[in-house]
Design a protein around this ligand. Structure first.
Ligand SMILES: Nc1ncnc2c1ncn2[C@@H]1O[C@H](COP(=O)(O)OP(=O)(O)OP(=O)(O)O)[C@@H](O)[C@H]1O
Length: 236
C-alpha cells in the first residue's frame, strides 16, 4: 500500500526524520508510537504532502497498478489516490450542518455526486439523525465522529489518524476502537494510527513502529509490543 525508503526531513537546519523506512500492508492498522517530539506528526505530514521531504522515497502501491511516486504528487493528488487524514487540530465548519460539512469534503474528490457514501452513516449512525444540526451544536465526541466521517467522504484506501483518542472519555475511546476495527475488517481500509494509549493500540493495531528521535527503531506485530521494548524507547 505504502512504502517509505530512507526518508529524511528537515525543519530549516533541524534534521527530524532520519533514513526512515516503513511499509504499510493493505487492510492492516499500523500504529506509530513514540514519546512527544519524536517526529510522529512530521512523518504523517510527509506522507500527506503537507511537508516536503529532503531525500528518500514514498511509493504508493496498489494491486494491478504501477507504483506511484507520492513525492511528485501535491496534497490533492495524494487525496485522489486514496489518502485521507484526520489531524490533531480537529477543525471543521462549525456554522454548517453535519451534512454540509460532509459534502464539502466530497468536493475534494473527482466524484460527480455529492451524495454521502454508504459506509459513512453505517459507521456513524448518530450523525445521520443529527445531519441537519450545526457542527457547533454537537458535543465534543460527536464532533470527533464528524471529523472521522468527513475523512471517509473521499472514499480513501489509506486513513491516517493522528492521536484520535486525545482528550476523549472511555466510552468514546471504546466505540472508536470498534469503529477502527470495522473500518479495516468490513471496508478493507488500511489505517495508519499515531497513538499513545497502549491498551487502545493493543486492541486496534496489527503492527507497530516505534519512532525515536526521528528514526524507526523497532517494528513488528503488535503482539511483540512488550514492556521491555516500551521501557527501552518510550519511557526509559
Ligand atoms: N514547524 C516546525 N518548525 C520547527 N520544528 C518543528 C516544527 N514542528 C515540529 N518541530 C519539531 O520537530 C520535532 C518533531 O515534532 P513532531 O510534532 O513531529 O513530534 P511528535 O512525535 O508528533 O510529537 P507529539 O507527540 O508531541 O505530537 C520536535 O522536536 C518539534 O519541536
Amino acid at each position: 500500500m505504502l512504502s517509505l525508503r530512507a526518508v529524511n526531513q528537515f525543519y530549516g537546519t533541524s534534521h527530524i526524520l532520519w533514513d526512515l523506512d516503513l511499509e504499510l500492508t493493505p487492510g492492516e492498522c499500523t500504529c506509530i508510537i513514540g514519546a512527544p517530539g519524536m517526529g510522529k506528526t512530521t512523518l504523517v505530514n510527509c506522507i500527506t504532502g503537507y511537508l516536503p521531504v529532503q531525500s528518500g522515497s514514498i511509493t504508493w502501491l496498489e494491486a494491478g497498478q504501477p507504483p506511484r511516486d507520492l513525492l511528485t504528487q501535491p496534497i490533492e493528488g495524494r487525496t485522489a489516490l486514496g489518502i485521507s487524514y484526520v489531524a490533531q487540530d480537529r477543525r471543521m465548519f462549525c456554522q454548517l450542518s453535519v451534512e454540509a460539512n460532509l459534502q464539502i469534503a466530497r468536493l475534494a474528490t473527482q466524484a460527480s455526486s455529492r451524495s454521502i457514501p454508504g459506509m459513512v452513516y453505517e459507521l456513524f449512525p448518530e450523525l445521520y439523525s443529527l445531519r441537519h444540526v450545526r457542527g457547533a451544536e454537537l458535543s465534543g465526541e460527536l464532533q470527533q465522529q464528524l471529523l472521522l466521517a468527513r475523512a471517509l467522504m473521499t472514499e480513501p484506501k489509506l486513513l491516517i489518524l493522528d492521536e484520535p483518542t486525545l482528550g476523549s472519555g472511555q466510552r468514546f475511546i471504546s466505540e472508536l476502537g470498534n469503529t477502527i476495527r470495522r473500518m479495516s475488517r468490513d471496508f478493507g481500509l488500511t489505517i495508519l494510527l499515531v497513538e499513545q494509549r497502549l491498551s487502545f493500540i493493543r486492541r486496534v493495531a496489527d503492527r507497530f513502529c516505534v519512532l525515536h528521535r526521528g528514526r524507526n527503531v523497532a517494528q513488528g506485530n503488535v503482539a511483540l509490543l512488550d514492556d521491555k521494548l516500551l521501557s527501552s524507547w518510550i519511557d526509559p
